[in-house]
Design a binder for this molecule. Structure first.
Ligand SMILES: [Zn+2]
Length: 367
């Protein structure tokens, strides 16, 4: 079957993005101009699409609409979410696609609308990383299709692709509580995307997996294949769009390979052991700060994604961090050259580490 979606955009020349985000025969998006919001939202919902994509500003080129009828994408998203609460079996993903500048200057400060969208993506991103964006959109449609079929019976283990006796992996009170209260597909999707797939915790991305193995992030493709072959990859909902690995399975694997706690061993030693285990020569992770391969690389920098050691990194301040997630950290190199300042949404440095910033900026980068 082909997923069908709608792209609401007031600027006719940008309607081409409907085609750019579509994948022939898999997900086909059709452009619609905004009409008065309440009627238009009801029509869209009644049409039971598999996805809705909205531009953020729908109030610039009004066409036949009155100025008083102008609205933003977030207003339509809110109405659709309200409709889905009474008919959860017809819920579908909502994606925001807008220019980088509008996202940074208008959407990011508008905090109340952030939770309305399953994904926020810039038009520049659609153009430059088209294959990735298409894969994520299809994955959202497929994940929601599963979720719609499970309304009234959302089982976190089943949705995560875990067996019943793996229940300890996701046994956290805050996760259980959130799942109990999630009555619609979009609320369950938010738990999976925001709390499990987009954070490090029970699931980690390939950059964190490389860091834990002491291997350079450039080896990601090889490591990813090797971990997948060994059954360490996440196979639950949205896994096609956001490939992840189970941290508990990686721990078991590294214990066998290193014979001890992975992060207590210098990266070059770990990389040598992993190379042997995978039968493939893998470059060790170099500290982004010292450039050396004998550091205790433990996690990926949230900014440059390179494996980083605790002692040359600062913590990111996190609102509402789940008990099962790890606080993000940024390497000293990204602090030193200010690259962390360019991130959207921006990083807020943890207060406890804020005084370090000035110190790090004054340091010479070690030769
Ligand atoms: Zn970095």
């Amino acid at each position: 079957m082909t997923f069908r979606g709608i792209f609401v955009e007031d600027n006719d020349t940008e309607a081409v993005f409907a085609r750019q985000m579509s994948t022939k025969g898999v997900l086909e998006l059709e452009h619609e101009r905004p009409r008065p919001v309440s009627k238009h939202s009801k029509d869209i919902f009644a049409g039971r699409p598999d996805m809705l994509v909205l531009d953020f500003r729908l109030d610039i080129d009004l066409g036949e609409m009155e100025a008083s009828e102008a609205y933003k994408g977030s207003a339509m998203a809110q109405q659709i979410r309200d409709l889905a609460v009474s008919e959860p079996e017809h819920d579908f993903p909502i994606v925001l696609v807008s220019s980088e500048e509008k996202i940074r200057e208008q959407f990011v400060p508008d905090r109340t609308s952030h939770d309305l969208f399953d994904k926020v993506c810039s038009k520049e991103n659609v153009t430059n990383e088209r294959a990735l964006v298409r894969r994520e959109l299809i994955s959202l449609c497929a994940g929601y299709q599963v979720l719609r079929s499970k309304v009234g019976d959302f089982n976190v283990l089943e949705l995560a692709g875990l067996a019943a006796d793996d229940d300890y992996v996701l046994d956290y009170q805050d996760l259980r509580h959130a799942m109990q209260r999630a009555t619609t597909p979009h609320l369950v999707a938010a738990i999976f995307l925001r709390q499990l797939l987009w954070r490090s915790g029970p699931l980690i991305n390939i950059h964190d997996a490389c860091a834990r193995l002491g291997v350079s992030k450039d080896e990601g493709a090889t490591v990813s294949d090797a971990l997948r072959e060994r059954g360490l990859s996440y196979e639950g909902i949205f896994s096609d769009g956001w490939p992840r690995f189970w941290a508990h399975l990686l721990d078991d694997f590294t214990l066998g390979v290193f014979g001890g706690r992975a992060t207590g061993i210098p990266s070059e030693e770990r990389a040598a052991n992993v190379s042997k285990a995978f039968g493939n020569e893998l470059a060790p992770a170099k500290s982004p700060w010292t450039g050396k391969t004998d550091e205790l690389i433990a996690f990926a920098c949230s900014c440059c994604r390179r494996g980083t050691e605790m002692r040359h990194s600062v913590g990111v301040f996190e609102m509402d961090l789940p008990s099962y997630s790890t606080r993000r950290r940024i390497c000293w190199r990204c602090i030193h050259d200010d690259s962390y300042l360019a991130a959207v949404p921006p990083f807020t440095i943890d207060e406890a580490d804020r005084s370090l910033i000035e110190d790090v900026k004054k340091l010479q980068i070690p030769e």
